[in-house]
Ligand binder design. Structure first.
Ligand code: G3P
Ligand code: MG
Length: 265
């Protein structure tokens, strides 16, 4: 595996790390600036989900559609826009929505759209690492367009040293490695491991492997660690399970429950 002199990678090679999954998701609306702010001091790094608006802006949002985490269904001019896919809305339209009141159940508690640029400014100001998960947009966009939009933001923000790129769409990781060779990447998986896992990760140029909790077994964790890859597990909110995973050698867990951090170790 290629050796990178990156600070984030040095951190990721430690164990007992907690990633704030979508920000401090249990106490703030996920993937918003307030969720990032509330993560500070409670995690080792923050994870966000990124996708592109119709006009190509990199924005922070988990779901493919806007219904769950915005007030889109309440806005008259958007009534005809079902199923409210993120990729069908322009940046200007996305900025018109509220990302807070669904969470607080209080119509006056609004939160603005968070862009990737806004997230990068935040991590630079606060000197915290950020895992940018690039959502799979292969149904609507070419791979290069998707990756280039994210890479451009990282370069323009000069945030290369503070970010990790991950995706379930592994083609993105290959492209990202070509464009930003010094930025570490992690392959995200759920359900089943790729065939010949170590060789597969080496060919991708990935530094790490992030898998869903149900797929974890000690032997695979050991094999990955011995081969020099860091191992992340999502989503872990139970203290006993967190301890068990760390004792297997897992480097980091992605958790919604940052308030339990002390009991995870
Ligand atoms: O990056 C780990 C985790 O965020 C992957 O799942 O669906 O929460 O983005 P999801
Ligand atoms: Mg994610």
């Amino acid at each position: 595996m290629i050796e990178y002199c990156m600070k984030f990678l040095e951190l990721l090679n430690q164990t007992g790390l907690i990633a704030a999954h979508r920000g401090a998701r249990s106490i703030a609306p996920e993937n918003t600036l307030i969720a990032l702010k509330k993560s500070l001091g409670k995690c080792d790094f923050i994870e966000i989900d990124v996708q592109l608006s119709r006009d190509g802006a990199a924005i922070v949002m988990h779901d493919d559609t806007l219904e769950r985490t915005t007030n889109v269904t309440e806005i008259e001019r958007f009534k005809s826009r079902k199923p409210y896919r993120v990729c069908d809305f322009t940046l200007e339209e996305l900025r018109a929505l509220d990302y807070g009141s669904w969470f607080y159940k209080d119509k006056n508690h609004k939160e603005p759209l968070l862009t990737l640029r806004g997230s990068l400014e935040f991590i630079k100001e606060n000197n915290i690492f950020l895992n940018i998960e690039i959502k799979d947009m292969s149904g609507v966009l070419g791979d290069d367009v998707a990756v280039e939009a994210v890479v451009k933001e990282i370069k323009e923000s000069d945030a290369q040293e503070l970010v990790l790129l991950s995706s379930f769409r592994h083609e993105y990781l290959k492209l990202a490695k070509e464009k930003l060779p010094d930025v570490p990447t992690a392959a995200l998986v759920e359900g089943k491991h790729p065939h010949r896992l170590i060789k597969y990760l080496m060919e991708l140029g990935a530094s790490g492997y992030t898998l869903n909790d149900e797929l974890v077994d000690k032997q695979t964790v050991m094999m990955l660690r011995e081969a020099g890859f860091f191992v992340g597990v999502y989503t872990v909110n139970d203290s006993a399970r967190a301890k068990e995973l760390f004792s297997m050698g897992v480097n980091c867990i992605f958790s919604d429950s940052l308030e339990k951090r002390g009991s995870f170790l």
